[in-house]
Write a protein that binds this ligand. Structure first.
Ligand code: SF4
Length: 275
C-alpha cells in the first residue's frame, strides 16, 4: 500500500477530503507540518478566550471586562510561545490583531448571553467508532439548554457562508452531534454555528434521517480514503482554497510534484520550497 491510512477521521477531515483529496493526503496521511497563518492563529486566540470565559467564570461574572481579560490572557500565551513572531507581526500589527480578536469575542455577546450559558464541556474530546469509522474530534462547546436537552456549539471566525453553502458547513457539527449520541447516549436537540465576524448564527436540528445521512457520508469518505491510500490516487481539486493552500508549490494542478512535499516539508520544516 503506497500510504498508511490515518487511524481516525475528524469531522473537519471528512470535509477536507471532499474539498481536496491531495491536500488531505499532505495533512492527514503524510502529516506534513503546516505553518501558522493569521487566520488559524486568530481562531486559536478567539476560541481560547471564549472557552475560558464560559468555563472559568461562573454565570453572572462573564462580563465584557472578563471577556477582554481572557483575550489578553490568550494573546499573552501566543506572545510568549513565539507565535506572533512566527507570523512576522511587529508591535503595532500585534495590537491590531488582538483588537480584531477582541471585536470577534465581543460579537459573541450579540449572539448569546454568556451569563445564560450552561456548558457541559468546552474543548470536549469525542472519540467513537460510528458505522465502522473511527471518528475523533474536539467539540468547541456542549451546552445543556433550559429544557434539559443538549446543544452543540461551534465558533467560526471566518466569513459566514452564502445561504446555498450553509448545509455543507453544518456537516461537521452534525457529525459532532452523532458522536454525542454514540458517546453520551443522548442526541443533541440542536447544533449552532456561531459566525462571529458578521455576527450571525446558523441553527439546525439533527433529526434521525439527517444523522444517518451524515453517518453514511462519513463511511463513504472513509472508503474513499482507504482506497486512495491503497492506490496512491489522491487527486487535486482546484478551487478558491488554492489561494491559501500551503502545499500549492507541490500540487500538479499548479505545476508541482507531490512526491517532493515530504522530502522538503517532512524533514526540513515548514515553508521550505521545492527545488
Ligand atoms: S493547491 Fe489547490 S488543488 Fe492543489 S493541493 Fe492545494 S487545495 Fe488542492
Amino acid at each position: 500500500m503506497p500510504f498508511e491510512p490515518p487511524r481516525t477521521l475528524s469531522p473537519s477531515k471528512v470535509a477536507a477530503f471532499g474539498a481536496c483529496a491531495l491536500a488531505f493526503r499532505f495533512t492527514a496521511v503524510e502529516r506534513l507540518p503546516e505553518a501558522a497563518t493569521p487566520w488559524t492563529v486568530k481562531g486559536t486566540l478567539v476560541h481560547s478566550a471564549l472557552e475560558h470565559l464560559v468555563w472559568d467564570h461562573p454565570p453572572g461574572e462573564r462580563s465584557e471586562e472578563a471577556a477582554s481579560a481572557e483575550v489578553d490572557r490568550a494573546a499573552g500565551a501566543l506572545e510568549a510561545d513565539g507565535t506572533f513572531d512566527e507570523l512576522g507581526l511587529d508591535r503595532a500589527s500585534v495590537a491590531a490583531f488582538v483588537d480584531d480578536a477582541r471585536r470577534l469575542v465581543g460579537n459573541a455577546r450579540r449572539l448569546e448571553d454568556p451569563d445564560h450559558i450552561d456548558a457541559v464541556g468546552v474543548e470536549l474530546l469525542l472519540d467513537a467508532t460510528v458505522g465502522g469509522v473511527h471518528l475523533r474530534g474536539i467539540l468547541d462547546r456542549l451546552d445543556r439548554s433550559e429544557d434539559g436537552s443538549l446543544v452543540v456549539v461551534d465558533y467560526k471566525t471566518g466569513r459566514a457562508p452564502a445561504p446555498a453553502y450553509e448545509r455543507s458547513r453544518l456537516a461537521g457539527v452534525h457529525l459532532y452531534a452523532l458522536l454525542c449520541e454514540v458517546v453520551l447516549g443522548e442526541r443533541p436537540r440542536e447544533v449552532r454555528l456561531l459566525h462571529l465576524r458578521e455576527p450571525t448564527v446558523i441553527i439546525s436540528h439533527p433529526t434521525e434521517p439527517v444523522l444517518r445521512a451524515h453517518e453514511r457520508r462519513a463511511h463513504a469518505v472513509w472508503d474513499a480514503v482507504t482506497r486512495a491510500c491503497r492506490t496512491g490516487d489522491f487527486r487535486p481539486r482546484p478551487s478558491g482554497l488554492c489561494g491559501t493552500c500551503q502545499f500549492r508549490s507541490y500540487c500538479p494542478a499548479h505545476g508541482g510534484d507531490p512526491a517532493l512535499a515530504k522530502r522538503f516539508l517532512g524533514t526540513s520544516g515548514v515553508g521550505v520550497g521545492a527545488a
